[in-house]
Design a protein. Structure first.
Length: 218
């Protein structure tokens, strides 16, 4: 289940969260009706359903790293045969923190994370630091690790990345056209050659995601 702020929902028309939702049949996307989701009836109904085991994909000291085999049995035991519902906040890091701070019901959820198998493939946006991923990439990594642990099935792992590649190819083509809005004189650089973001924010994020992931860069 993907959760978006009102600003993200209205302004980010080609974000990877929407693409991911359209690519996965058993998924939902909801926009916040206020500053958070505590008053969102559909989201709260999912959280209250005793047949669901809802978790938040968000790194931190208390998050279960599903890429670590020793942590999986405890998580499986907590699941207890219920339906696993993973909630992803589709936003920038700042936007995700705001939504979480304004959503007590999300704060109470168990948290999960993973260790990414590859750096971000995002060409048209620069990730704030190593380990950060787009929502689509984070979903792909999550589904891979869930399949590896036997918690879900992911029969077509190439599908999401292919959609991601086509989206970027189209936007790069548009950016190279001088007759289109958003024309770029310079081509996008290779993500592997970019300098990391400066300032204090990356250092603060390191406290929460030491070589883990960051799905908050739509």
């Amino acid at each position: 289940m993907f959760l978006m702020s009102q600003k993200e929902f209205k302004e980010e028309k080609a974000g990877t969260g929407r693409l991911t939702k359209l690519s996965l049949a058993n998924s939902e996307l909801h926009m916040a009706r206020s500053k958070g989701f505590d008053d969102h009836e559909a989201v709260q109904a999912v959280l209250r359903d005793p047949q669901n085991y809802c978790v938040l994909l968000y790194p931190g000291a208390t998050a279960t790293n599903l890429s670590v085999p020793l942590q999986v049995p405890v998580f499986t035991a907590a699941l207890g045969g219920r339906q696993l519902v993973v909630i992803l906040i589709d936003a920038t890091w700042g936007g995700a923190r705001k939504l979480l701070n304004n959503s007590k019901s999300l704060q109470r959820l168990p948290r999960v994370m993973f260790t990414p198998s590859a750096p971000s493939r995002f060409i048209i946006k620069q990730q704030p630091q190593e380990g950060c991923l787009s929502t689509l990439e984070a979903t792909h990594e999550l589904l891979q690790v869930l399949a590896q642990t036997g918690l879900d099935h992911y029969p077509r792992p190439e599908q999401l990345l292919a959609v991601f590649q086509r989206m970027q190819e189209f936007q790069i083509k548009c950016a190279a056209d001088p007759d289109r809005p958003g024309y770029r004189r310079r081509a996008y650089s290779d993500p592997a050659t970019r300098r990391p973001a400066g300032g204090d924010h990356p250092a603060r994020r390191d406290n929460y995601m030491p070589k883990t992931f960051g799905p908050f860069q739509a």
